[in-house]
Design a protein around this ligand. Structure first.
Ligand code: HEC
Length: 178
């Protein structure tokens, strides 16, 4: 049989075309798999957070006023059951705080908190009346860049997040030393 034989030609043609489309299908399948796997991992990752909720600027409970010193400070100190605080990594008094060292964000007092950190735009750490624009909320929800806070988890549940959001919606008030 010679190479110019029409039957052989047809065979070669089929092998090439089928081979090519087979490869293309395989590449598409692999891409789909990669996208699906990475989406799955993102949803499960404690760093990006699987509890991400849509943000709302409204005060969820206008009848109740959130008081930073008694409602939020204990959560940041890490004193509330089941909630990881920020003390170890972001308090000026903890000598090896990795969050403080990396970003300069000191959460030990309200005055220091309001100064923000190096990674957030100026005056964005807490924007009174606008929880969704506040980096503090975005970091707790995992929607800002970098790790979701508290880094490594466990992350704050919906009711703890709502307290921070409502405090900001109500004007983010509080004395410097709170
Ligand atoms: C285990 C250590 C650790 C804990 C606990 C932790 N952080 Fe962080 N935090 C970091 C590190 C490291 C960074 C910088 C890297 C990043 O942003 O992912 C950071 C960055 C931040 C930033 C961005 C600062 C900037 O420059 O704008 C905010 C806001 C923040 N943390 C808030 C919190 C809050 C609120 C808590 C407590 C609920 C907390 N973090 C607990 C380690 C920690």
């Amino acid at each position: 049989m010679r190479l110019t034989d029409p039957a052989l030609h047809a065979l070669w043609y089929r092998a090439l075309v089928v081979g090519a489309t087979g490869r293309a299908r395989c590449v598409v399948a692999m891409l789909v798999a990669v996208v699906a796997i990475s989406a799955g991992c993102a949803a499960l990752s404690p760093e990006t957070g699987d509890l991400r909720a849509a943000c709302a600027d409204e005060d969820s409970d206008p009848a109740t006023r959130v008081v930073f010193a008694t409602d939020i400070r204990p959560l940041m100190d890490g004193d509330a059951p089941g909630i990881r605080g920020c003390r170890r990594c972001h308090y000026g008094s903890s000598s090896d705080g990795e969050g403080l060292l990396e970003t300069g964000l000191d959460l030990e007092t309200l005055r220091a908190l309001r100064r923000g950190g190096r990674r957030s735009p100026p005056d964005a750490i807490v924007v009174p009346g606008k929880p969704c624009s506040s980096v503090l909320v975005q970091k707790l929800q995992g929607t800002f860049g970098g790790a979701r806070m508290p880094k490594g988890g466990p992350h704050w549940d919906a009711s703890a997040l709502q307290l921070v959001s409502d405090w900001i919606a109500e004007g983010a008030e509080g004395a410097d030393d709170e």
